[in-house]
Ligand binder design. Structure first.
Ligand code: PLP
Length: 400
């Protein structure tokens, strides 16, 4: 008899975490590896946030809290959604969880029955399809081509909806492509959703403060308030405030859904970490200048990386609107052989050969359900990015 449940065989370990782990191990072994595979800012958590955590610790805020989070943090999240997204939520329409990942997990596990379909535009974040699968749902991937800036077309959404569709999941701006949706981009998508009242909407806006060159991402409920009673707006402090390790994510949505997620969370992790919750209040309500400082640095890096990667033969990199990833096509490299003699038969072979021969860790596109590309995170120091891009270019020049 197998040790593991059949449920576990349906999913794969997170490939982004797997590659980052290999890269970290190679670095620990003394190898000269630059890891562009991680999904976290290289900045430190802002000082005011750390101080708030220290104060919470000293004040004895070390006990269980309400499952859905402290009333003070839920109020802070409601204010944040009103201030940054233009959506009004009452504190009882908010839940705090151990990272946005747990929010997604709770939402799917609390609502999906076997065979329910979840529409996911691809390329998509690695965890979406696996979370849906774990919850007995069926991911329905809708490809979004590079020729449309990796954005979902309303007609493709319409065509993917069936009577079994339970959710539509949108990530804006998107990991791995950086594609972002403005209010104008979302309008036709909202019009499709209005025509299909049985479809619920999950919008993952975790990267929305990282938007570049005047691009302004919007969000479903802000564009179409009529969708508020079936939309879950997901966010968190991990990316905008460089707080990945603190594990605080949150969402606003209809009370009945929030209550269902609370019920589930009460029997799994209970409340998220009390000290991290206190720190998150400061992140959301304290000074916001560090967010802008980080955003500006990311924008400079984006420009640098896109420019350099487009000089690498065989690569073609679209300029992303937000987040801290680029998703260059490597179609021009496939079928060639590397200087070290490896056949680049697909994006995985490309990423492995690049790591082995050039010491640069990226994540292959198949991990994001969209092969033929690699994801490069530019959440690294500028000098490191310059060196990594030179190595990538030399690697590509060496293909024959
Ligand atoms: N959503 C997207 C699109 C992400 O890229 C990530 C992390 O990489 C998450 C959610 C999870 O974030 P958290 O650290 O809050 O669990």
């Amino acid at each position: 008899m197998s040790l593991t449940a059949e449920r576990l065989d349906r999913i794969q370990p997170s490939l982004t975490i797997a590659i980052s782990t290999v890269a970290r191990r190679m670095i620990a072994e003394g190898k000269n590896v630059i890891s562009l595979s991680q999904g976290e800012p290289d900045f430190d958590t802002p000082r005011n946030v750390k101080d708030a955590a220290i104060r919470a610790l000293e004040n004895g805020e070390t006990k269980y809290t309400d499952v859905s989070g402290t009333p003070a943090l839920r109020r802070a999240v409601a204010q944040k959604f009103a201030r940054d997204s233009g959506i009004e939520y009452k504190p009882e329409e908010i839940i705090i969880s151990t990272g946005a990942k747990q929010v997604l997990f709770n939402a799917m596990l609390a609502t999906l029955n076997a065979g329910d379909e979840v529409i996911i535009p691809s390329p998509c974040w690695v965890s979406y399809p696996d979370i849906v699968t774990l919850a007995d749902g069926k991911p329905v991937l809708v490809p979004c081509g590079q020729n449309n800036g990796f954005k979902l077309r309303a007609e493709d959404l319409e065509a993917a909806i069936t009577p079994n569709t339970r959710w539509f999941m949108l990530n804006n701006p998107c990991n791995p492509t950086g594609a972002g949706y403005s209010a104008d981009d979302l309008r036709p998508i909202c019009d499709v959703l209005l025509r299909h009242p049985h479809v619920w909407v999950l919008t993952d806006d975790i990267y929305d403060s990282l938007a570049y060159a005047g691009f302004k991402p919007s969000t479903i409920v802000a564009v179409e308030p009529k969708l508020q009673d079936r939309t879950l707006t997901v966010h968190g402090v991990s990316k905008a405030y460089a707080m990945t390790g603190w594990r605080i994510g949150f969402a606003g949505g209809p009370v009945a859904l929030i209550k269902a997620m609370d019920k589930l969370q009460s029997q799994s992790t209970s409340n998220p970490n009390s000290i991290a919750q206190a720190a998150a209040i400061e992140a959301l309500t304290g000074q916001q200048e560090t967010v802008e400082t980080m955003r500006r640095v990311f924008e400079q890096r984006r420009d640098l990386v896109v420019g350099l990667l487009n000089q690498a033969p065989g690569m073609n990199c679209t300029n992303p609107d937000g987040a801290f990833y680029v998703y260059p096509s490597i179609h021009g490299c496939i079928g060639k052989t590397s200087a070290g003699g490896k056949l680049i038969k697909d994006d995985e072979a490309f990423a492995l050969a690049l790591l082995d021969e050039a010491g640069v860790a990226t994540v292959h596109g198949a991990a994001f359900c969209y092969p033929g590309y690699v994801r490069i995170s530019y959440a690294n120091a500028t000098e490191e990015l310059q060196e990594a891009c030179s190595r990538i270019r030399r690697f590509c020049e060496g293909l024959h």
